[in-house]
Design a protein around this ligand. Structure first.
Ligand code: SAH
Length: 214
């Protein structure tokens, strides 16, 4: 998602009370924040529709939304600020997924969501896909044993790449695969993302996989 750069976005994101910035986090930041609750992370949350809907649905969990572009993250923060009831279990991170291992301790995450990740269709950029083998290695380090990775997309090539990448990875088991999610699950069980709404309105089938970290 590329938005036109919003003037002042960097500063507004950096100053926002719900954004956890590197230097301010300090040691054991996640333990303090989670207080024994399981922590769920969405990487590339865009404008935040999914995580803003998940936080009230699962109030006993802690949600972290990670986004690398401040102008996009700012949209999620504006939505957060408009909530009637402030969510105490929702936080935001302004980071690139590449730096996750510096942000999170090993085995600290109970579940990971990747929704409509950038497809990077050219083979020479395959390493940038968030389901590439190198990213799976990184997720393996961060996830707790038995944690789930859930991935949704409308991009068939990226979906196939992701299935292969998980099937070939020694530390993940593929648990469920949906080739047309919306005809296979109860809508009440599926929290839609902004892109999911947009692409399903255009008639695209939505693909989903669930993998389990060994
Ligand atoms: N998850 C949202 C947005 C999908 S677009 C939805 O389903 O509606 C993909 C988003 O991932 C964009 O906002 C993009 O800026 C972000 N993104 C892509 N690569 C990233 C990375 N390496 N680290 C963090 N965010 C990333």
């Amino acid at each position: 998602m590329r938005l036109r750069k919003i003037a002042g976005a960097d500063q507004r994101v950096a100053d926002h009370a719900r954004v956890l910035r590197g230097e301010a986090r300090g040691q054991n930041w996640l333990t303090h924040l989670a207080q024994d609750r399981p922590v769920y992370l969405e990487i590339g949350m865009g404008k935040g529709d999914f995580i803003l809907a998940m936080a009230p649905k699962y109030p006993q969990w802690v949600f972290l939304g990670l986004e690398k572009y401040s102008s996009v993250l700012l949209k999620a923060l504006e939505k957060y600020d408009c909530l009637e009831e402030k969510r105490e279990n929702l936080w935001f991170l302004w980071e690139d997924a590449q730096s996750l291992s510096e942000v999170f301790p090993a085995q600290s995450i109970a579940g990971l969501y990747l929704n409509f990740s950038d497809p990077w269709p050219k083979a020479r950029y395959a390493k940038r896909r968030l389901t590439s083998p190198a990213f799976l290695d990184l997720y393996y380090r961060l996830l707790k044993p038995g944690a789930r990775l859930e991935f949704k997309t409308d991009n068939q090539a990226l979906f196939q790449f992701s299935l292969d990448s998980i099937n070939e990875h020694p530390n993940f088991d593929l648990s469920q695969v949906y080739w047309d999610l919306h005809s296979q699950v109860d809508p009440a069980e599926n929290v839609m993302t902004e892109y999911e709404r947009k692409f399903s309105d255009l008639g695209h089938p939505i693909y989903k996989l669930i993998a389990v970290r060994k």
